[in-house]
Each structure stands twice: as structure tokens, then as C-alpha cells.
Design a protein around this ligand. Structure first.
Ligand SMILES: Cc1ncc(COP(=O)(O)O)c(C=O)c1O
Length: 305
């Protein structure tokens, strides 16, 4: 073995992780997963201690609701414990479609796409709709998953002061000649402090400057707005904005994160833009080959039947 090869085999390529963890532990800031025993309840047992749970997203108590437990058990009995494939291949079931229709009706929008989490909803929508030639104007206290979604799109990102419509307008004016699409994006209810975005003002700006408007309604759906349908159903918002879309996750405690939208958007995602429809493009030659193999296999099987 050469000297270089011997040196390479001796080094642990993951040593840096051990070092970083040691550093974090020494500083007392190493992340640790808290372990819940039993159900998500207002008072529950975490790491063997009884605590008041102020960190859960189960605002409406839906994870432990009698009717939902029963529906989940019935569904497992009827359909099994999973979809068996991602939605874009063979995992879209009739019950997914029914759920999306019902959520769209609840949100009073044309259509809706259900994602696995709030994070994937933001990553899957922002990066699907915008590209590197576009502009995102984002509240400085937006949730981290909005920031990640924005980065994934590779669009130019400009940040306005928290809940400050005037600062948002300043950025819009400075970018009046920007050639790409523009998106204003905000939490409906902010996740850290629970304060509320000035949606009517932002929606008016979106209309005035011809922007797409996105509201992350994770903390408002089921809680605020008309019939609990979210912040964006309050007067002055619905109808004020031509291109409104929103997502919601929390009240159902992460069973679903939905992207409620105009029908056109949901078609857009499921037709091949962004992480919802991750790279599924198979080269034409490979597709032909796969089809030929499949035909041979069917012929062979047919003979043996
Ligand atoms: C406003 C907001 N959006 C998105 C998310 C991400 O949702 P999830 O935790 O389901 O990925 C959160 C989570 O805390 C949130 O508060």
C-alpha cells in the first residue's frame, strides 16, 4: 500500500462530527430529543417527568380525539399501514383525493395539495413556483422552513422588517423594474411570538405591485378566521389578492400540511415542478428498454399461467 493510501485509510472521515458534538456538549448547547411517554396531552410525561406541555402543535387535541382515533384505525384495517409508494408514483389513493377536496372546501379554495409536514409544504411550494430569475420578499421573522424553501428556489431574497408594510413597499419600489416574478411571503400568525401579520396591507401591496402572495397559515387554520379556516379568510384578505395561497399544518398536529390554492397551482406541483414531484424523468432510451423488458416478462408469465 502506498503512503498516501495508508494515510487515507487511517483517518476517520466522520471525526469532525465527533469533534463538533464534543464542542456543543462542552458549551451545553448540544441538541437532545425529548422523549414523550404516552399521548400528546396538556400534562404529559417527557423524559420520565410530568410536565405541562406548551410545545406541542396539538392545539385542538385532534391527535387524541375519539373520532379521529377511530377513523385512523378503520383506515388501517381497510387500506393497510401505508400507501406503499410516494404519491407521484403509485401512492396517491382515493382517500388522499377525498381529503384534499374536503380541505379545499373548508378553506374555500379551488384545490389543495397535502404534504407530509409544514417543512415539506414550504419547501415544495416556494421552490416549485419560483426560480433563480425571481424575487422573494419575506418577513424577517418568517419560519425557518419558509427561508429554506426560498433558498431552494435560488430566487433573490429580500427581507422586510417584521410586520412592516412600509418596509415591504420600500423593497417593492426599489425592485420596480425587476424582470422576474415577485412573491411576498409571510406567516399568518408568527410561530415564535404568536403575533399576527398585517395581511390586508400586504395583500394590497401584492395587488398594487403585481406580486404573488403566500401566507403560511400553520398556526391559524382551525383557530382563526371565518369558521376557523385561517387568517387569510378574514375580511380584506379574501378577494383582495388575486394570487393568494396558503398552507396549514398545526391544528391537526402534523397529520397533514396542506397547500390550499387555486386549482392551477396544484396541477402545477403534481405536473413536475419542485420537490413534490422529485426527479422522475427517465431517459427515453431507458424507458424504451424498461417497456421491452416488461413486455418480455408479461409474455413469459402468460405462458406459465
Ligand atoms: C409557521 C410555521 N410554518 C412551518 C412550520 C413547519 O412545520 P412542521 O413542523 O410541520 O414541519 C412551522 C413549525 O413549527 C411553523 O411554525
Amino acid at each position: 500500500m502506498s503512503d498516501v493510501a495508508a494515510q487515507t485509510t487511517k483517518q476517520n472521515p466522520l471525526q469532525y462530527i465527533t469533534d463538533q458534538l464534543k464542542e456543543l456538549r462542552a458549551g451545553g448547547v448540544a441538541p437532545r430529543l425529548r422523549v414523550l411517554e404516552g399521548e400528546q396531552k396538556p400534562v404529559c410525561i417527557f423524559d420520565g417527568r410530568e410536565v405541562i406541555n406548551l410545545a406541542s402543535n396539538n392545539y385542538l387535541g385532534l391527535t387524541t380525539h375519539k373520532a379521529l382515533r377511530k377513523a385512523a384505525l378503520d383506515a388501517v384495517k381497510r387500506y393497510g399501514a401505508g400507501a406503499g409508494a410516494v404519491r407521484t408514483i403509485a401512492g396517491t389513493m382515493k382517500i388522499h383525493m377525498e381529503l384534499e377536496e374536503q380541505i379545499a372546501a373548508f378553506k374555500n379554495v379551488e384545490a389543495c395539495v397535502v404534504f407530509q409536514s409544514g417543512f415539506t409544504a414550504n419547501a415544495g411550494t416556494v421552490s416549485a413556483v419560483l426560480g433563480k430569475e425571481d424575487l422573494i420578499i419575506s418577513d424577517e421573522l418568517n419560519h425557518a422552513s419558509i427561508i429554506d424553501g426560498a433558498r431552494l428556489s435560488r430566487a433573490t431574497i429580500k427581507v422586510f422588517k417584521h410586520k412592516d408594510g412600509k418596509d415591504c413597499e420600500r423593497i417593492l419600489q426599489e425592485h420596480a423594474g425587476f424582470p422576474g416574478k415577485k412573491l411576498i411571503i409571510t406567516d399568518g400568525v408568527f410561530s415564535m411570538d404568536g403575533d399576527i401579520a398585517p395581511l390586508p396591507e400586504l395583500c394590497d401591496l401584492a395587488e398594487k405591485y403585481n406580486c404573488i402572495m403566500m401566507v403560511d397559515d400553520a398556526h391559524a387554520s382551525g383557530v382563526l378566521g371565518r369558521g376557523g379556516a385561517g387568517r387569510s379568510t378574514i375580511s380584506g384578505v379574501t378577494g383582495a389578492c388575486t394570487s393568494r395561497w396558503e398552507r396549514s399544518a398545526k391544528p391537526s398536529a402534523r397529520w397533514v400540511a396542506t397547500f390550499a390554492a387555486r386549482a392551477i397551482w396544484s396541477i402545477f406541483f403534481t405536473c413536475g415542478r419542485g420537490p413534490f414531484f422529485f426527479r422522475l424523468r427517465i431517459r427515453r432510451r431507458r424507458r424504451r428498454l424498461a417497456r421491452r423488458r416488461l413486455r418480455c416478462w408479461i409474455r413469459r408469465k402468460a405462458k406459465s399461467w
